[in-house]
Design a binder for this molecule. Structure first.
Ligand SMILES: Nc1ncnc2c1ncn2[C@@H]1O[C@H](COP(=O)(O)OP(=O)(O)OP(=O)(O)O)[C@@H](O)[C@H]1O
Length: 626
């Protein structure tokens, strides 16, 4: 059987052309393109556009100031400075080209092979790359210069060898990122050869980072080349910006312009390459365009006029507590994304609130808008998305009226967030201690010792054994359950009034899930926080929540206390979700009782018309606690 091959690269909006257009549409992209194009043209046309022979000596213009005959004056040997700069662009670009091409030829294929094949090939590649990086580059270049009588091209090729590990590592990690993608597996199942898979699927993923790396590497190569020429290596008699800088440096006090011209040329070229590289990286990382201020205002106006950009015009949900008494309150929240097909609304005017100390569950199938709702509360929507609302009350303030900085400060104090994936939410480069202490100092104004003591206490509170050891550990040294406890400790450390947990147990081992949920419930009670928990699972709702919001396709279909929802679900969709959750999924009660399968009992109780399966779940929890 042939597996279907779906490559996101094929369905991605726009191709290379559109990336180039988006790059050119940015002022930084257009500006740097003009500068770089100009420099390339100068290098190519130097023999025709330079006013004088760059080697011609006229002692009458020695150290002459700029004038109509010699626009940039004469150098210390009586040669025309402008002509030498124009010719210098040639050698500078040629040197960068040789270095970058050598680095690509060596680094990219080896990175592809190492990343794709793994095992021995990967290890050998990594050893060679590490060894090359350990070599003292400048000394190698000096040795090559001495043994090749300053052969410029060979020197630049050697520089390329020294820079190749950068390409190797970049390509390898890009390949590793796509190697496990379902579409690469599908291509394998379909019987494509490894070479074909690499050419068709894998190389596409590495082209963009290589282009960006090349812009930066060319800048580095030019800088090193100028440095060598400054030291009198690799320049020979060819005019070069580095040798011009070296000559200018010697007469810097009397004739500073002789240093200024070549430095400007080199600085401008390197800066243009660096800005072009980072702009390109920016363009490529933004897959969908940002909403412009005008679009945001248009959508807001449409919403205000009752004509939302999406299909629906109704506001869903309801309010149970007065605004000032709510821990969180969303009024007519809409979330939109700018996509290739235009603005798409994914949350359609929902209204809900959470009272202080209340546990609200948000349930719904995948894609129903649960995460977008909490991301709006947390100000975490990506740049291509935006939300509008009549009001978003958090901690007694309507955050939609606050400037961004005040909003961030308020959220930092009022809301704690527990994400789905604990591991990817911890920075692998820092110890747990650093990551816990930093926000306590920066956001909550604690001193180092106080923050450390508080972090230790928090770790202890969330059930971490040996907190001092965990403070010294890096994320990779923790299990998933420990990492989630660490994140919970971080989330509650600032004593927020609301804790938002977005499917906090999805990524955890089933045996740890119950413990983490139990911990959340305990902390919520102890601290009197409101808890908003996003979940697929009605078993979790039964165990933890006071009220529940059922979402479907960006709207609220049902919002009620847990008891009535389980006893008489009004919406057919809610009934489906309840039976799907309790049928075959162990509730926390089941897990608390040591894995005895009571899910079937729960399902049976729903089927048998048990008035309140929620109570069953709670009873399980109470029983376990007892
Ligand atoms: N960056 C984006 N661009 C366009 N649409 C998006 C984007 N992110 C999310 N969406 C859309 O928003 C809708 C709601 O997504 P959301 O992440 O809130 O779902 P969810 O209910 O949390 O699902 P899950 O349980 O799988 O996380 C989905 O239809 C999704 O495709």
């Amino acid at each position: 059987m042939t597996a279907p091959i779906i490559d996101p690269a094929d369905t991605r909006d726009g191709g290379r052309g559109s990336t180039l257009l988006r790059f050119l549409r940015r002022p930084a992209g257009a500006g740097t393109s003009l500068v770089l194009l100009g420099i390339v043209l100068i290098a190519v046309l130097a023999p025709w556009i330079s006013p004088y022979d760059p080697h011609a000596v006229d002692l009458g213009i020695t150290r002459a100031l700029p004038g109509p005959e010699h626009l940039l004056g004469g150098d210390t040997n009586g040669r025309d400075v402008l002509s030498r700069l124009l010719w210098g662009a040639r050698s500078t670009l040629w040197g960068a080209l040789v270095a970058v091409a050598t680095a690509i030829v060596l680094g990219v294929p080896s990175g592809l092979a190492a990343g794709y094949s793994g095992g021995v090939v990967d290890r050998i590649g990594a050893w060679i790359s590490d060894a090359l990086q350990a070599l003292p580059g400048m000394i190698i270049l000096l040795i090559v210069a001495a043994s090749t009588k300053n052969d410029f091209t060979l020197l630049m090729a050697t520089l390329g060898v020294i820079l190749a590990p950068g390409y190797f590592r970049l390509t390898r990690s890009a390949v590793l990122a796509v190697r496990g993608e379902p579409y690469v597996d599908a291509a394998r199942v379909a019987g494509l050869t490894d070479l074909r898979i690499m050419a068709r699927h894998v190389i596409r993923a590495v082209i963009a980072p290589i282009v960006i790396q090349s812009a930066l590497t060319a800048g580095i190569a030019m800088g090193m080349q100028a440095g060598l020429q400054f030291l009198g290596i690799g320049g020979g008699t060819t005019p070069g910006w580095g040798s011009a800088m070296s000559e200018g440096f010697k007469v810097m006090r009397t004739d500073p312009l002789l240093l200024v011209w070549p430095s400007l040329a080199l600085g401008l070229t390197i800066a243009a390459l660096a800005i072009a590289g980072s702009t390109l990286a920016d363009v490529i990382s933004v897959k969908t365009p940002r909403l412009s201020g005008r679009d945001r205002r248009r959508i807001a106006a449409q919403n205000a006029a009752g004509r939302p950009a999406g299909a629906t015009t109704t506001t869903t949900g309801s309010i149970s507590v007065a605004a000032v008494d709510s821990a969180v309150r969303l009024e007519n929240l809409r979330v939109q994304y700018e996509t290739a097909d235009g603005v798409v609304e994914v949350v359609h005017g929902i209204t809900l609130d959470v009272a202080p100390g209340e546990v609200l569950g948000i349930v719904g199938e995948s894609g129903s808008g649960k995460s977008q709702t909490v991301f709006s509360m947390l100000d975490l929507l990506p740049q291509s998305g935006s939300c509008t609302a009549d009001a978003i009350w958090i901690g007694g303030a309507d955050v939609t009226t606050l400037p961004r900085r005040d909003r961030a400060r308020l959220l930092g104090h009022e809301i704690g967030y527990i994400p789905q994936e604990p591991m990817s939410n911890l920075d692998p480069s820092y110890t747990i201690g650093t990551q816990l202490i930093e926000p306590l100092r920066a956001v909550h104004g604690m001193g180092r010792a106080e923050a450390r003591a508080h972090a230790l206490a928090m770790l202890e509170r969330v059930g971490i054994v040996d907190p001092p050891r965990v403070m010294r550990a890096y994320p990779h040294e923790l299990s998933g359950g420990m990492a989630q406890r660490v994140l919970i400790a971080g989330a509650i450390a600032g004593r927020p009034s609301v804790l938002v947990a977005d499917e906090p147990t999805t990524a955890l081992d089933v045996t740890v899930q119950a413990e983490v949920l139990e911990l959340l419930r305990e902390l919520q009670r102890e601290y009197g926080m409101a808890l908003v928990i996003v979940t697929h699972n009605f078993g979790v709702v039964a165990d933890l929540c006071d009220r529940v919001v059922v979402m479907r396709s960006g709207s609220i279909v049902e919002l009620d206390d847990v008891g009535p929802i389980f006893a008489h679900p009004e919406h057919a969709y809610t009934r489906e979700l309840i039976s799907a959750s309790l049928d075959g999924t162990a509730s926390r009660g089941a897990l608390d009782r040591g894995g005895r399968d009571v899910a079937a009992d729960s399902a049976a109780s729903v089927g048998n018309g048990d008035p309140d399966p929620a109570r069953t779940g709670r009873a399980d929890a109470e029983e376990a606690r007892a």
